[in-house]
Design a binder for this molecule. Structure first.
Ligand code: GLY
Length: 365
């Protein structure tokens, strides 16, 4: 096992926060930490049926050895489970099993588990502590950090939710070994996004080490994930509720979300963000704020990792524009984008003319 690394997150004005602990093959360490920090708590381990089969029983055994009471609650894998129906089923299991306010919910899984588990924790008995143990790269570098928790509503994604911070995040990179290739690159897109908005050095390091990244080198991944989490941590510490700086994290997402919705969530989130970053870079180039060399460099590295940059032909470009108008950043239907003005130079609140958006979309076929 490699040495543990820590990043601390705190929020002003009343200081509260948590550590993101990163390591390699350290489920035992996680159980030990939880025993030390929460000795009298009952533990609900929430995971989907895929993750449950691989890791949940290992974690439960580690708790059993330490005489910590835990039960595994699993649910069907997939975005459909981010629903009020699944939430209620899980809550019923918790109540039937005697879980009360002295419970900690452990969200062991990808983004769906973290979002759903976090929202259950935010509302169960008016709020119980929860811990994120992300198992997908996307969840490690993005959804497990920053306290956005939610379920979907039939009328849209993540419409019902809260900002509810976890008490701790444990990232075990050895879990990435079992991650399907598509899932791995899905997460990598968010790391590239994070580098592009804030950290030129990280972006250059991704280019320099692209072979190590494709090979999933444990050592390099640990470093890469740590850097990415550090940046996201800094951003959410500064702007927990997304009134300013946190909007930087939406780079690539305005167009990305529209594609995600219009394809019925059949394309992974990170892939849509990759297309979104490319389109939004064309917009920034056309506005004269992003150089062509930077545009090309980004386009090349996305394609190197087989991340898509073109809009699927079945999507009508006007439909994308309609979705952009109702994006959460739009004001009175005027589209506002997070763009980059260079590598590592994210910039929020850029009003963009609709004609320019359509032009950039047209060039992204
Ligand atoms: N995934 C974007 C955010 O956490 O704000």
């Amino acid at each position: 096992m490699s040495r543990k690394q820590k990043i601390s997150i705190t929020f002003p004005p009343v200081k509260y926060g948590y550590d993101i602990t990163l390591g390699n093959g350290f489920l035992e360490v996680i159980a030990g930490d939880i025993k030390r920090n929460f000795p009298n708590k009952k533990l609900a381990i929430l995971s989907d049926n895929n993750v449950s089969a691989i890791y949940a029983s290992k974690l439960k055994s580690a708790f059993d050895e330490r005489e910590l009471h835990s039960i595994i609650i699993s649910f069907p894998a997939g975005e459909k489970s981010k629903s009020s129906a699944t939430k209620e089923l899980i809550e019923s299991k918790m109540i039937k099993n005697g879980f009360d306010r002295s419970t900690i919910l452990l969200a062991l899984g990808g983004g769906v588990t973290g979002d759903l588990g976090g929202y259950i924790a935010a509302t169960f008995m008016r709020g119980i502590p929860f811990i994120q143990i992300p198992t997908s790269l996307l969840a490690m570098v993005d959804s497990s950090i920053g306290g956005k928790v939610a379920i979907n509503h039939p009328m849209g994604k993540n419409l019902i939710g809260a900002f509810y911070q976890p008490r701790a995040v444990y990232i075990d990179v050895s879990m990435l070994k079992t991650l399907p290739v598509r899932e791995y690159y899905n997460g990598l897109a968010e790391i590239i996004k994070t580098a592009l908005i804030e950290d030129k050095r990280l972006f250059e390091s991704i280019i320099k080490n692209k072979i190590l990244i494709s090979d999933r080198s444990d050592r390099f991944l640990l470093k890469l994930i740590m850097e990415s989490c550090r940046i996201k941590g800094r951003i959410v510490m500064e702007d927990e509720k997304e009134s300013g700086k946190r909007k930087l994290l939406n780079y690539g997402h305005t167009i990305g979300h529209a594609i995600e919705i219009l394809t019925g969530f059949s394309i992974p989130h990170g892939f849509c963000v990759s297309i979104g970053m490319n389109v939004e870079n064309i917009i920034a180039y056309k506005m004269g704020i992003l150089g062509f060399d930077d545009y090309l460099k980004i386009n090349e590295i996305l394609r190197y990792f087989n991340l898509p940059v073109k809009i699927p032909s079945k999507i009508n470009l006007n439909e994308i524009l309609k979705k952009v108008r109702i994006d959460k950043k739009s004001i009175n239907s005027v589209p506002f984008f997070t763009l980059i003005r260079g590598i590592g130079l994210g910039s929020i609140d850029n009003a963009v003319e609709e004609d320019l958006i359509l032009e950039a979309l047209g060039e992204s076929r």
